[in-house]
Write a new protein. Structure first.
Lengths: 263, 465
């Protein structure tokens, strides 16, 4: 009656960790979906575009020779749908070990004169409110089960408010703070919360970016880094790693200088 | 009611599955859960004490009925020895109630923590399977709620098809709400136990076969590390009830205080922490030494008297012993083989595991007889239960080894028991049940549970995989 008939059930000698990836159809999400399923996970892939999602699942399952990815089309701004969808996915997977929140949007930043409330609102609705709509029930579930791992993908852009893209910076900063709060609450229940802060990754989002995008890495590299950090149950991951030091410097530039810079 | 998950594990701590846990108090509660599950598109599994080694009482992502609140002994007649219980009553509650009146449950498991509902669902056997059969043979009648909402009563005469399918049906047809059973009369709180060694597998099995007719219980311990000419050596414990008059003071030996397992060793050392001291031995070398020492100690043949509880509930002797296996937990592999082919099959299996350097740490043998239940596991022959430690690094290799074991057992006409084996595939299950049996079970399933609400991890593995 559910997808489980397609998925081989977990057994002690083949425990099959189970993951949900929200925002899985393209870019880093798709790369992580491939990585996790290659590593033996069964993954529920959630994204807006059903056709892309189905194609990705077909590709993954063909490569694995068995069903390891299942598609669940969903728009993260349909907040009220989340509890039922989550319940269905967890029943289909037979449990849940990891939840990855990857969904995010960014609009090409305008110039220093540009203000666009509509864009800012959409970014807040997807990147932050949509994230909370998923993270809340997932966190509640993991807390009760006293086990689990949450991965939230923020951005180096959330580490400092910059002149170019006000709404994006703010939405990612909000998400990072929310994840930190979640980590502080959930660590005592044995739940790991990993905040991922990618630099520039060669995705569709990057193509839309104006201006220089130094040190851009392919999404597969970011996915490998995220998987390694998940295995080690890390708290924060910058990918590639040197962004940690770049951002450390940027975060410590005093405001009286920073507000005169054009970054 | 269905907001939060609870992480549930198997008894071996080698598999976990989160579920929405609901605690029903009666059949009406059970039915309301069925209705809710149907509305939400979830599945339901009943769980007793959670003592199954594997996935029989797990339902990952679904609803689990925790039956332990339905734990009343409803009627006990010390004249006839008939008892009526709710399904959450444990064997511990049961024997402690009936034993002082001179009765004993006719079939018990190696632990007293199991519930009657769970015992019926798995149709358990004891060390007296060759004589008393499975627990289902002592059930006078039971009541159950089906997912359709029907409340039914089954006995060997009434609804006989469901009686023989629901007992041993792993809770996949309905949920028991009461069980009526016949107890066995005993004339002493003690058993007379003969212990003697068996130097190899052939002698081990013939000792079980020859010892059974003269005893009420028989069980063998098998040294899983012995190889070559000593392969399959071990020790037999064969016990019989004392006849009326043989115990000069039955009132005294039947008293609970003379049955209950002491919580201390030597009166000072609490057993509840003993498993911590077993941890350093939970590796190949440690258990090799334990097995060797046990065999040497078993060499002198002797006879002694032992209380029922001490003889039967060996698994309760060291509380939480299963935790000594560490993080990966343990699994058990039990195969049932006809007496003609058992020696050949187990010689192959024991050699195989030793050669692969994944030895079992503990082996237990029993004597069995067939029964009339639809999903029966018993044969006219023997069973061998092997415990294995699960390690992260050897998981895939061990899975491959158990698949090979399955083939060996099937080739030799053997069967499996799903309170124990957690890796058996649907194909293997089909092969030993036979297509006809599976078809009959699925037909009954369709009738009792048309919407497919009752599903456990075990069901999905065996009947849908």
């Amino acid at each position: 009656m559910n997808h489980l008939s397609e998925i081989k059930p977990a057994t002690p000698l083949n425990p099959r960790r189970r993951a949900i990836i929200v925002g899985a159809s393209v870019g880093m999400g798709a790369a992580l979906a491939k990585k996790l399923t290659q590593e033996g996970y069964v993954a529920a892939l959630v994204a807006r575009q059903a056709d892309k999602l189905n194609a990705l699942c077909a590709e993954i399952n063909a490569a694995a020779g068995e069903t390891r990815a299942l598609a669940y089309p969903h728009d993260v701004t349909h907040y009220d749908d989340v509890p039922n969808l989550l319940r269905k996915i967890v029943a289909d997977l037979g449990g849940l070990d990891a939840f990855v929140l990857m969904a995010g949007i960014n609009f090409p930043p305008g110039g220093i004169d540009s203000y666009n409330f509509d864009h800012d609102r959409q970014m807040a609705e997807v990147n932050y409110i949509g994230a909370m709509a998923w993270l809340n029930p997932v966190a509640e579930m993991f807390q009760a089960a006293r086990r689990g791992q949450i991965v939230g993908v923020g951005s180096v852009a959330g580490d400092r408010g910059r002149i170019a893209n006000l709404g994006y910076n703010a939405s990612k900063a909000a998400l990072a703070t929310y994840l930190e709060a979640l980590r502080n609450r959930l660590t005592r229940f044995g739940v790991n919360v990993l905040t991922v802060k990618p630099g520039f990754v060669q995705t569709d989002m990057l193509k839309a970016a104006a201006g220089p995008t130094p040190f851009a890495i392919p999404p597969e590299k970011a996915a490998d880094d995220i998987y390694r950090a998940m295995r080690r149950r890390k708290q924060t991951l910058y990918t590639p790693f040197f962004w940690r030091y770049i951002m450390l410097v940027i975060q410590h530039i005093p405001s009286f200088i920073f507000r005169r810079l054009s970054i | 009611m269905l907001n939060t998950f609870t992480r549930l594990e198997n008894f071996g701590h080698s598999l976990d599955a989160p579920a929405y846990v609901v605690q029903p108090r009666n059949g009406v509660d059970v039915y309301s859960v069925f209705k809710k599950a149907k509305r939400l598109g979830l599945t339901v599994t009943a769980r007793g004490a959670g003592r199954s080694y594997n996935d029989a009482a797990l339902n990952g992502g679904g609803i689990v009925l925790d039956m332990t609140a339905m734990n009343q002994i409803l009627e006990w007649n010390p004249e006839s020895g008939v008892v009526r219980c709710e399904p959450g009553v444990t064997l511990e509650q049961l024997w402690q109630r009936v034993e002082p009146d001179g009765w004993w449950p006719p079939v018990v498991s190696g632990t007293m923590r199991t519930t009657l509902g769970g015992c019926l669902a798995a149709n358990i056997h004891g060390k007296n399977n060759f004589k008393m059969g499975v627990i289902g043979e002592h059930v006078v009648e039971f009541a159950a709620v089906l997912p359709t909402g029907a409340e039914i009563t089954c006995s060997p005469k009434k609804n006989a098809d469901l009686f023989y399918a629901m007992i041993g049906g792993y809770g996949m047809l309905g949920v028991f709400t009461s069980v009526t059973m016949q107890m066995k009369r005993v004339y002493s709180g003690l058993l007379s136990v003969d212990a003697y060694p068996a130097p190899n597998l052939s002698r081990h099995l013939s000792a079980l076969e020859d010892g059974a007719p003269n005893h009420d219980y028989i069980v063998g311990w098998l040294d899983t590390f012995a190889s070559g000419a000593a392969l399959g050596r071990g020790q037999i414990h064969a016990a019989r009830y004392l006849r009326e008059g043989e115990d000069p003071n039955p009132q005294e030996t039947l008293k609970l205080k003379n049955q209950i397992l002491p919580p201390m060793i030597f009166g000072v050392f609490p057993k509840s922490i003993l498993y911590q001291f077993m941890k350093p031995f939970a590796n190949n070398l440690g258990w090799r030494m334990v097995n060797l020492a046990k065999y040497v100690a078993s060499l002198p043949k002797h006879t002694f008297r032992q209380p029922h509880a001490a003889f039967h509930f060996l698994l309760d002797y060291v509380p939480n012993w299963e935790l000594s296996y560490g993080r990966g937990g343990l699994i058990q592999y039990q195969s049932f083989l006809p007496k003609e082919s058992a020696e050949a099959a187990w010689t192959e299996i024991l050699r195989f595991s030793q050669k692969r350097n994944m030895p079992s740490y503990l082996g237990v043998t029993k004597r069995h007889r067939p029964d009339n239940f639809l999903l029966t596991h018993a044969v006219d022959g023997f069973s061998l239960a092997l415990d294995f430690k699960v390690r992260e690094a050897t998981r895939p290799r061990m899975a491959g080894m158990l698949r090979e074991f399955d083939e060996i057992v099937l080739e030799h006409g053997g069967r499996f028991y799903f309170a124990k084996n957690g890796e058996t595939t649907a194909q293997t299950a089909q092969a030993f049940y036979g297509e006809e049996t599976v078809k009959r079970f699925k037909k009954l399933k369709k009738r009792c549970d048309p919407n497919g609400l009752l599903e456990s991890n075990l069901y999905r593995r065996i009947f849908e995989g």
